[in-house]
Design a protein around this ligand. Structure first.
Ligand code: ASP
Length: 330
């Protein structure tokens, strides 16, 4: 016979209006996914063809994740595969298409988190790993550590037989031009107006109620070599906890680190009982400064929020109710 207390604990059941309602049952079959391609997208400065190409790319990546979730796959698999697709697409500042640092090289950061057990893995300052998100996941599952950087991360990639490439594999003409413009501004002692653009991230809820989040980036154009942003820092640019939300951020990484932004959203929802839109609004508009960036979040009930204070944020979302959205600007 089923022990009633075990059942209550195991399904996080609650008594509502005298009847037993299992939250697991209430959310059964529910899944949701959101992804971003970076804050700082300026749709009004893009040609119609460029906008179409980016929307098509976002839609394709979304479908990769949707297919996994529809087949009752895990949110972790959906997040990793969506981010791999975005890393392989030169349109984004992650994987191929990553920005150039001050010395003309690419140094990549990524992280992933499993909301079911707070397991997480991250890599930073990797120069030759084709898909940093996959290496981050292996740090999570195959080591007792959370964050590996530089040469140590690359030696680990070899151990795990994760494909490595020449650093020049990541270069694109678009990012080279942005780097040259940034260097010219630096020489002329002008303010750095380089738009943060193209970091990628994904958050998902699967049919088993598990949340996951992942983020991957080349960082910011003309950054000092060795600089690490928020994307591989758990609690700053990435966070997931089954009891609240999964979050992936994009924007000026230093600010997201200073204010532990991803964790701040989760605790506002968890401890303060704020709604997810209110918590996100607070961190973006009361804690961060205008134009600092944006984030995507999905809650344990499948609520999706995608918000930003920049001109745009490439983004897409879908869920089991049939919702589907792909947008670049407001
Ligand atoms: N947050 C990233 C970083 O600071 C950049 C971005 O999202 O555009 O490395």
């Amino acid at each position: 016979m089923h022990d009633r207390r075990t059942f209550l604990a195991g399904t996080a059941a609650t008594i509502m209006g005298g009847s037993l309602v299992s939250s697991a049952t209430a959310a059964e079959g529910r899944f949701a996914i959101a992804l971003h391609g970076g804050a700082g997208t300026e749709p009004e400065k893009m040609t119609a063809d460029e906008r179409k190409a980016m929307e098509a790319s976002l839609g394709k990546a979304l479908d990769v994740g949707l297919e996994i979730l529809q087949k009752k796959g895990s949110s972790l698999d959906a997040v990793e595969q969506v981010i791999r697709a975005l890393e392989n697409d030169p349109l984004y500042n992650a994987g191929r298409g990553a920005c150039f640092n001050h010395v003309g090289k690419h140094e990549l950061d990524a992280s992933i988190m499993d909301g079911s057990n707070k397991a997480c893995g991250a890599v930073a300052v990797v120069r030759t790993v084709r898909n940093p998100i996959t290496l981050a996941r292996l740090v999570m599952t195959k080591t007792r550590h959370v964050l590996l950087i530089g040469d140590g991360a690359e030696a680990f990639a070899d151990e795990m037989q994760v494909p490595r490439v020449e650093n020049s594999y990541f270069s694109t003409d678009f990012q080279r031009k942005k780097w040259e413009e940034a260097k010219a501004r630096e020489k002329a002692k002008q303010a750095d107006t380089t738009k943060k653009m193209g970091t990628v991230g994904c958050v998902a809820l699967d049919v088993n109620g598990n949340l996951a989040a992942g983020t991957s980036t080349g960082g910011i154009t003309n950054k000092r070599w060795g600089r690490i942003g928020d994307s591989p820092i758990i609690g700053a640019g990435n966070y997931a906890d089954n009891s609240t939300v999964a979050i992936s951020c994009t924007g000026t990484g230093e600010e997201f680190i200073r204010h532990s932004i991803a964790h701040e959203v989760a605790v506002r929802v968890g401890y303060k009982g704020e709604t997810l839109p209110a918590a996100v609004d607070h961190v973006l508009r009361k804690i961060l400064k205008p134009d600092d960036g944006g984030l995507i979040a999905v809650s344990k009930t499948g609520e999706i929020v995608m918000d930003f204070t920049t001109d745009g944020m490439a983004r897409a979302a879908a869920d089991s109710t049939g919702k589907r959205e792909i947008k670049l600007g407001r």
